[in-house]
Design a protein around this ligand. Structure first.
Ligand SMILES: Cc1cc2nc3c(=O)[nH]c(=O)nc-3n(C[C@H](O)[C@H](O)[C@H](O)COP(=O)(O)OP(=O)(O)OC[C@H]3O[C@@H](n4cnc5c(N)ncnc54)[C@H](O)[C@@H]3O)c2cc1C
Length: 415
């Protein structure tokens, strides 16, 4: 069996694992290794998301984490495909006051948000012409969109330039604690490219049950001084591999692409209807999503196509605009949200009270990992290398909040 040693091992090379690798290398750490079953991320949430980035949140920790990230995206706008095209939140009378109160927090923390009454809304967004149930809207001026794939590649390039290594085809299955505090990780490294279906099958099973079958490859052992669980929707499984429990669950989210004949959405940003349907322009189409309330937890990648589009997207959109009365469903897909019980990310040292623990985690973003990835990468790297948060204090996001009853108010602006 091949034996490898490293100082920092990150399991999961999505947006979060790649951002943490960049954060570590920015601090001058040179033995950083990132492993993933699939570096292309075919089934990862980082490849299947909607690309929205916003600091308009109900909770300050999310506002600050997104703000720091979006400021970075703006500095690297052409590389990461950031556009400050805004987030428009439409509100009915029953939610408008809470939105205005949250907007006070946004503005007080340096995030510009406009308030629109119905007349201003109709003049700025003329295609939104069915407004009798609305009280108005708020508009996050610097919220917008990124290209998640380019963002991930950007993080990886920055980390690679400074010596981080990314390893493909590595499926992490078990671990042992060493008396030195290091972890010995056992992983199977496939020697040939896996088919999409084979990767999906592995990802839908618990890695602790993996046994070598007909695949070609070899077992490897990685001894790491620090390990990061950045396995996204698979973080609870990886937690089991690493010897602890995580309370999060994977939940399917579907996205539809559609064509509009009667309105050109190109110059607009993200729009969130009170029904929960969100949409934004995506090349020549519009991209739209909706969270089905009773969607069961599990690894489900099935897109139910016309049924989803008609029942959950079009049914709401045609009530918002006469330009949406005839829409053409083009295609779509399903990916996984990684939901924590309070819809906040889980970030920090595993068992944060035990300062000697060299196990860290960053996952369970509950649908907002792309927009928070930069800040989390920087902050977690500081915690690992310097022993404390400096740029942004994320201590309230540590995972043991669920076990020790140190609850934080749930994030409610989740779409
Ligand atoms: C439909 C949809 C829409 C979304 N829209 C947005 C949005 O608009 N804005 C936003 O900010 N966020 C959005 N999100 C959420 C966002 O995509 C995620 O929060 C983010 O991508 C999480 O990144 P990650 O790196 O933690 O996880 P992932 O990208 O899923 O990466 C985890 C990686 O871990 C690897 N892995 C897992 N287990 C193992 C193992 N045992 N061994 C080796 N490798 C392993 C997997 O192969 C995977 O590549 C959306 C998500 C979905 C599904």
């Amino acid at each position: 069996m091949q034996k490898i040693q490293t100082d920092y091992l990150i399991v999961g090379a999505g947006l979060i694992g790649s951002a943490v690798a960049m954060g570590l290398t920015k601090l001058g750490v040179d033995r950083v290794m990132v492993v993933d079953l699939d570096l292309t991320g075919e089934w990862s949430s980082s490849e299947l998301n909607a690309g929205g980035v916003r600091a308009t949140w109900s909770q300050k920790v999310n506002l600050l984490t997104s703000k720091l990230s979006i400021e970075y995206f703006a500095q690297h706008a052409s590389e990461v495909g950031y556009r400050d095209c805004g987030y428009l939140w439409l509100h009915k009378p029953e939610t408008m006051n809470a939105a205005l109160k949250a907007r006070e927090m946004h503005v007080a923390n340096g995030w510009p948000v406009d308030v629109l009454d119905v007349a201003a809304l109709r003049s700025r967004f003329p295609f939104i012409d069915k407004t009798s149930d609305l009280a108005g809207a708020i508009f996050g001026v610097r919220d917008g969109l990124v290209n998640p794939n380019r963002l991930k590649e950007h993080y990886r390039e920055q980390a690679l330039k400074k010596g981080a290594q990314f390893h493909h085809n590595v499926w992490v299955c078990s671990s042992e604690d060493e008396s030195s505090g290091s972890k010995k990780i056992k992983a199977f490294q496939f020697s040939s490219q896996l088919s999409p279906e084979h990767k999906k099958k592995l990802l839908c099973e618990n890695p602790t049950t993996f046994t070598e079958g007909t695949e070609t490859g070899e077992w490897i052992e990685i001894e790491a001084k620090h390990v990061v669980n950045a396995a996204g929707a698979w973080a609870p499984h990886l937690a089991q591999v690493l010897g602890y429990a995580s309370p999060s669950v994977p939940v399917r989210r579907q996205i539809s692409l559609f064509q509009t004949r009667d309105v050109d959405l190109t110059n607009y940003g993200m729009i969130i209807d009170p029904s929960g349907v969100y949409f934004h322009p995506e090349s020549i189409y519009a991209l739209s999503g909706f969270a089905i309330a009773d969607e069961p937890a599990g690894f489900n990648f099935e897109y139910v196509a016309d049924r989803f589009f008609e029942e959950h997207i079009w049914s709401h959109l045609h009530e918002r605009s006469s330009a949406f009365e005839s829409l053409k469903h083009v295609s779509g897909w399903a990916g996984l949200y990684e939901n924590s019980p309070d819809h906040h990310a889980i970030v920090g040292r595993v068992n944060s009270g035990a300062r000697s623990s060299n196990l860290f985690e960053a996952h369970s973003f509950s649908g907002h990992g792309a927009m928070q990835s930069y800040a989390v990468g920087i902050a977690l790297a500081e915690l690992m290398v310097k022993g404390r948060y400096e740029t942004l204090d994320l201590s309230e996001l540590s995972g043991d909040r669920f076990a020790n009853g140190r609850t934080i108010a749930s994030e409610t602006w989740v779409i």
